[in-house]
Every structure is written in structure tokens, then in C-alpha cells.
Design a protein around this ligand. Structure first.
Ligand SMILES: Nc1ncnc2c1ncn2[C@@H]1O[C@H](COP(=O)(O)OP(=O)(O)OP(=O)(O)O)[C@@H](O)[C@H]1O
Length: 685
């Protein structure tokens, strides 16, 4: 180690700089620096970029927000396919009788198989010369194709249509006419009417299935009312318009009488527009012209006559009563030919006198006819001493009387049937003598009875007395809205009941309302003892629908509203729970009369607190609580005042247990009013 030099300066440690200090910091950027070294982006390019960005963002936003506001079920479904007539003819084996599924008021429905192998139901409209048939075709095509059956599984999908023209010979001249055909998805188990009331399918004897069907129909109608834009009112809810698929799941069919709820002045226009849209079909071609629609909408019709047809089916327990309206001005009448066993009697000429019809399928329904409409309702509801009033009831009562008579002495029966049949067969002398002999007996008997009227016509006299009372009461109340009387019905009934003055037949007649089918033609169900249905709709839009199911205000010429469907749903509910037709008269025993009118019977049972008596005895595994719920809902739906009826949404809520179970309307509650023993079915949330 070298010696330390005392003269050398002392060593001072070098200042230690952090390494960063070793690299000089970069000079502060000068403004000139940037300009001189980076490439220049012209401001107009930046602006263009920004603009493009905003436009793209706006487009995306609009698309997203539109998708968000339109629910999936409001997206319009693809238009129905247009078939050629020959394809459908081949599919159905030339519309052979073997393939016939059923008969509607305006044509037959055939089973068919398309070249693709798909099974279809083909409705061949018998619309030749019939405005009503053409209307139904266009109406059904227009409205049914608006329903997106991919999101609503409770409506029978319409697959397509055909409206090819063909020429035909008419009195040596050749004319052209359209064949109107509608094509639907095939529903293997046919109509609820047939399956429940005629075939009595074992599948429908399970309560669970019936309740499922009830829920499906309710949801289907709810869909029409709330998820279609504009809302659709079906206008003809009844068992023959409910079809069952392979699993007996229910779907609503037949939109021939349906209506879109648009303001009156828009209705016809939009009908035409929509029709054109549909007619454009998938390829955008125009197949039909507006001219035809024009002609459809032009007819200014008035009803001239009407008839009551009574059908006594071979089955003793079923009968049906039908009101047929008559000839339409300018259109040849197509009155259904009564089948065997049908008595046809013309009554009440001019019954609908003064009911004139606004032109158009949808427009102005019942406008200006509400008074006559109201009368129409009361004519059914209260037989009074008025000139026309009660003719139908009178007639029905006469018929019931004749049925009772038939039940009595055997000789009557022989005289009226066997002998007559024999004569029709061979006309043997012996039989003719026998008939004459019985006829003379009958004459004598009639004379005797005239002397001693009391026992035979007890019902008629009682009935007339009651009518006179009713008429008096109504006269006093004139000027009121008819449904305002609702509230007074119950106390009045109770008072009378307490006096014990009401016979069993009184109440039956009391609410004998809406149990007739209005129409011109009979359908297959007619022959099977059902109330004939819609095909035979009246030529007047104010008198459309099936009367057993029709809401009083609509049947009476009022405006069709959602509440009309609610009323019809109420009747359908009772039919489903009881397994009975709305009007089912058996000749005996007398006690059956109490149940003849289903709606009245249900009301009567409600008064006596025995609602469950209404339930079909064939039902297995009955859920009593659900059955009570259904009957209660039905009675709510059947209230005369449309405002009091629940909405379809509320009904679905009650059926699904999403809302509190309903209470019986006051007018139907037993005395003292008591709530039915529902547990709260409201789902715990
Ligand atoms: N899609 C279908 N699948 C299976 N059967 C059907 C189908 N559509 C109709 N039917 C059968 O054809 C019958 C007649 O149907 P259609 O709709 O023509 O008349 P309706 O509804 O019974 O009577 P209306 O025309 O008087 O309302 C039905 O009762 C049903 O049995």
C-alpha cells in the first residue's frame, strides 16, 4: 500500500448521481417541433370520420331500440302461401267425401296431404254468390294471417289459401267465379264440440285435461286481445271453433267473424289494405283486386224474414233451437234444409223488421240499431205481451209441451210417427185407416183438453202471468239502460223466492237468453243436436255469432268488444265443466228442465250454494277447488253488464293463480252471501 502524501489534497468522494441524472432529460417539446416532424391530418378528414361514426351509431341504436320496443309476438308472421286450386284438389283426393272432416256454415273442411307430406285441413268455401261467405273468407284470411302462431300456440295456424277463378255454365252462358279455399294445419282430434259432447273422448274425462283446455283457450283469447296490434276480437268463441291437436291441446280456430279493434272510420280502409297485403302473397304479386272487396263491402242488406227451427235429435237428451234469419236483399236465400227429424216452422215474420245493416263487414256494427238490438235480447229474455216479444220463447215452450205430450200416451206417438212413416214407405191402406182412427182420437182428445185446459197448459198460464208482471215492471223502468237492471235482479229474485211463488220453469225462462243460433244455414253439428253454428251467420253483421254463446249486447246489435269474447268464454267454461250443451232439453224427467238452460242452471246453483252440482259426473280426478274457480269465473263472465265482466288478462291471472281467486258476483251469491272456500291460490312470489 503506498504511503500517504501529506501534501496531496484530501480525496473528496465524487457526488453520486442517480443513474437517471446521467442521461440528460429530453428537451421540453416545443410547439414547432411537432409541426415540423408528424404527418398532418386535414381537419375535413377528421370531421368526415366523426360524421360516419355518428351515422353508424345512430343506425345501430335505432335497430336495437326498435327490436326492444316491439315484442316478439308483434312481429308480423310470414304471409300465407297461395296455393293453386289443383294442388289442393290433388291433396284432398278431389275433395272426396271420405276426406271430409266436417261441415261449417260456409263450406266443408277436408283432410289433405300436401306434396311435401304435410297433413292439412282444407276449407272449401261454398261462397258462390254469397256475400257472407266471401266476407268470411276475406276476414278469416286477413285476421288469421296476422297472428304469429310461432309465438302463440293457442291458435290454429293458417297455412295458405287459394282463390283461383274458374268458369262455369249458367243458363247457356259461361260465367267466371272464384273458388275460395283456406288451408290450415290439421288438428287430429277435431273440434271440442265433437270430442267432448258427441264422441265423449275418454281423454277429456280427466279434470286435468279439461282445465288445461280452459287455460289454453283463455290464453289464446288473451293473446288476441293483448298481443295483437290492433287487438283482435274473435266474436265466435264456442266449442266447435276450438280444435284439438294430437295431444288434445286446444287451439282457437275460425276467424270468419273476428274483428280488429280499430276506430270505425279506419276499419274498412284497413281491411282493404290488409287484404291487399295478404293477397300480395309471399312473392309480392297482387292476386286479388280491390274491386272484389269493394263489392263485398257495398251490400246494403236488410233482413226480411226469420225462422225458428227446432231439431229433435234421435238422441232423446239433445235438442237444439235455432233462429234462422232469412233472405237477404239482393241475395238468394240459402236456408239450411232441415234434416230428418227437424221440424221447421216459420214464426215471427218481421221479427227483425227495421234492423237494417250498415254496409261493410266491420263498419258500424249495430250502429243505429241498438234499440232494436236491445229488443232482440229482451225478446229472448223476457217473454212479454209485446207484439213480437217472446215468440221464440213461446215457440220453445210449445215445443217443450209437445215433447211432454209425446212422452205421455203411446198412441200419440204411433199416430204421429209410426203410421206416418208407414205411409211414407208404402202407403198401405190399413195404415192409413189406422192413422185416420188415431187422428180422430186425437181430435176428440184435443176437444176434451180445450174444455179442461188447466192440467195441460199449466206452464203456459204460469208463464203468461209472469210475463205480464215483467212487462209491467219494465214499462215502469223504461228509459234505463238495459244492463242497469242487473243490480236489481238479485233482490227481486230473492223476494220472490222467499214468497215461494216461483216455479221451476220461471227461472228457466227468466234467463233464457242468447240460446239461439242466428244464421241461415245449418252445419253438421245441427244434425247432431248441437246449436248450429256460425256459418249460418246472419246476413247482418249486427246479428252475427252463435246465439247460445253470443254476448247480449252484441247479439242485440251492439258494438263488438273484447267483453263479448269474455261472455262467450263464460258459456264455454260452463260447457267444459258440465259436459253439457248450453241448451239441452230432454223430454223427461221433468227435473231435467231445471238443467236445460246451462247458464240459468249455473245461476240457480249459485243462489243455492251448490255450484259443484254443475260438474260433469263423468269427470275423473276432479280438483274441486279448480272446478269452483272455473264456475265462478264463468259467472263473472256472464254478467250482463260488459263493464262488470273481467278482462281476459284478469281471467288468465285467476286461472294461473297469479291473482286472487274471484268472489261470486253479488247477484249470484247465496243468501247470506258467502265466499267460496278457495284457499289463496295466489302464487307466493
Ligand atoms: N284445422 C282443422 N283440423 C281438423 N278438423 C278441422 C279443422 N278445421 C275444421 N275442422 C273440422 O271441420 C268442421 C267444420 O269447420 P268450420 O270451421 O268450417 O266450421 P265450424 O266452425 O264448425 O262452423 P261455422 O263455419 O259455422 O263456424 C269443424 O267442426 C271441425 O270438425
Amino acid at each position: 500500500m503506498p504511503p500517504e502524501n501529506p501534501f496531496s489534497p484530501p480525496l473528496t468522494p465524487l457526488p453520486v448521481f442517480p443513474t437517471t441524472y446521467l442521461i440528460p432529460p429530453p428537451p421540453p417539446p416545443s410547439s414547432n417541433h411537432h409541426h415540423s416532424h408528424s404527418p398532418l391530418i386535414p381537419p375535413f378528414i377528421a370531421a368526415a370520420f366523426a360524421l360516419t361514426f355518428f351515422i353508424v351509431a345512430a343506425i345501430i341504436y335505432r335497430k336495437v331500440s326498435r327490436n326492444r320496443t316491439v315484442p316478439a309476438d308483434l312481429k308480423s308472421p310470414p304471409p300465407p302461401h297461395k296455393f293453386t286450386y289443383s294442388v289442393l284438389r290433388r291433396a284432398t283426393g278431389s275433395f272426396t267425401a271420405a276426406n271430409r272432416l266436417g261441415q261449417g256454415g260456409f263450406g266443408s273442411v277436408y283432410k289433405g296431404v300436401l306434396p311435401s307430406g304435410q297433413e292439412v285441413a282444407v276449407k272449401l268455401m261454398d261462397a258462390s254468390g254469397s256475400l257472407q261467405g266471401e266476407r268470411e273468407f276475406h276476414n278469416e284470411l286477413t285476421l288469421a294471417s296476422r297472428i304469429d302462431t310461432t309465438s302463440c300456440h293457442y291458435v290454429v295456424p293458417i297455412l295458405g289459401f287459394s282463390s283461383d277463378e274458374h268458369s262455369y255454365k249458367h243458363h247457356c252462358s259461361s260465367r267466371r267465379r272464384r273458388r275460395l279455399v283456406l288451408v290450415y294445419e290439421y288438428m287430429r282430434n277435431g273440434s271440442l264440440q265433437d270430442a267432448l259432447l258427441d264422441r265423449k273422448c275418454p281423454e277429456l274425462m280427466q279434470w286435468r285435461k279439461r282445465f288445461d283446455i280452459i287455460s289454453s283457450i283463455a290464453k289464446g283469447v288473451e293473446y288476441l286481445h293483448y298481443s295483437c296490434d290492433p287487438p283482435i276480437v274473435h266474436g265466435d268463441i264456442k266449442p266447435s271453433n276450438i280444435l284439438l291437436d294430437y295431444h288434445f291441446d286446444a287451439k282457437i280456430a275460425d276467424f270468419g267473424l273476428a274483428q280488429s279493434l280499430i276506430k270505425d272510420d279506419q276499419v274498412v280502409e284497413s281491411f282493404i289494405e290488409d287484404d291487399e297485403k295478404v293477397e300480395k302473397g309471399a312473392k309480392g304479386e297482387v292476386f286479388e283486386n280491390v274491386e272484389e272487396n269493394g263489392s263485398i263491402l257495398e251490400g246494403n242488406e236488410s233482413v226480411v224474414t226469420d225462422e225458428v227451427v227446432i231439431n229433435v235429435d234421435q238422441l232423446p237428451e239433445s235438442c237444439c233451437v235455432r233462429v234462422l234469419d232469412g233472405e237477404v236483399g239482393g241475395v238468394s236465400p240459402e236456408v239450411g234444409v232441415p234434416s230428418e227429424g227437424i221440424e221447421k216452422t216459420s214464426v215471427s215474420e218481421g221479427f227483425f223488421d227495421g234492423v237494417s245493416v250498415d254496409s261493410g263487414v266491420l263498419k258500424g256494427i249495430g250502429r243505429g240499431t241498438s234499440q232494436s238490438g236491445r229488443d232482440w235480447w229482451w225478446k229472448q229474455d223476457n217473454v212479454n205481451g209485446g207484439s213480437d216479444s217472446g215468440r221464440i220463447k213461446d215457440y220453445v215452450m210449445e215445443w217443450i209441451g209437445s215433447e211432454i205430450r209425446k212422452e205421455r200416451p203411446k198412441k200419440d206417438w204411433i199416430a204421429t210417427t209410426s203410421a206416418a212413416e208407414d205411409i211414407a214407405k208404402g202407403g198401405q191402406q190399413k195404415q192409413r185407416k189406422k192413422l185416420e182412427w188415431w187422428a180422430s182420437l186425437d181430435e176428440e182428445r184435443t176437444k176434451r183438453e180445450k174444455k179442461n185446459r188447466k192440467p195441460r197448459e199449466w206452464w203456459k198460464e204460469e208463464f203468461c202471468e209472469e210475463l205480464a208482471k215483467k212487462k209491467k215492471k219494465r214499462d215502469l223502468k223504461s228509459g234505463e239502460m238495459w244492463w242497469q237492471r242487473d243490480e236489481e235482479v238479485a233482490p227481486e229474485r230473492k223476494r220472490r223466492k222467499s214468497k215461494g211463488s216461483r216455479s221451476s220453469i220461471d227461472w228457466w225462462l227468466d234467463s233464457f237468453s242468447g240460446e239461439f243460433r242466428i244464421g241461415r244455414r245449418s252445419s253438421q253439428d245441427f244434425a247432431s243436436g248441437d246449436i248450429p253454428k256460425s256459418g249460418g251467420v246472419s246476413s247482418t253483421p249486427s246479428m252475427r255469432g252463435t246465439v247460445c254463446y253470443i254476448a247480449p249486447e252484441y247479439g242485440g246489435g251492439g258494438q263488438l268488444s273484447e267483453k263479448c269474447d269474455v261472455y262467450s268464454f263464460g258459456v264455454l267454461l260452463l260447457v267444459l265443466v258440465s259436459g253439457r250443451r248450453p241448451l239441452q232439453v230432454t223430454a223427461s224427467p221433468m227435473s231435467e228442465f231445471e238443467r236445460a238452460n246451462l247458464v240459468s242452471w249455473a245461476r240457480q246453483l249459485a243462489h243455492s250454494g251448490k255450484l259443484l252440482d254443475l260438474v260433469d259426473p263423468n269427470i275423473q280426478l276432479l280438483d274441486r277447488e279448480q272446478a269452483l274457480l272455473c264456475i265462478t269465473i264463468a259467472l263473472l263472465c256472464l254478467q250482463r253488464s260488459p263493464n262488470k265482466r273481467p278482462t281476459m288478462k284478469e281471467i288468465v291471472g285467476m286461472l294461473c293463480g297469479d291473482s286472487e281467486p274471484p268472489h261470486l258476483p253479488f247477484e249470484f251469491s247465496p243468501s247470506p252471501p258467502s265466499n267460496f272456500p278457495f284457499k289463496s291460490r295466489k302464487k307466493a312470489r
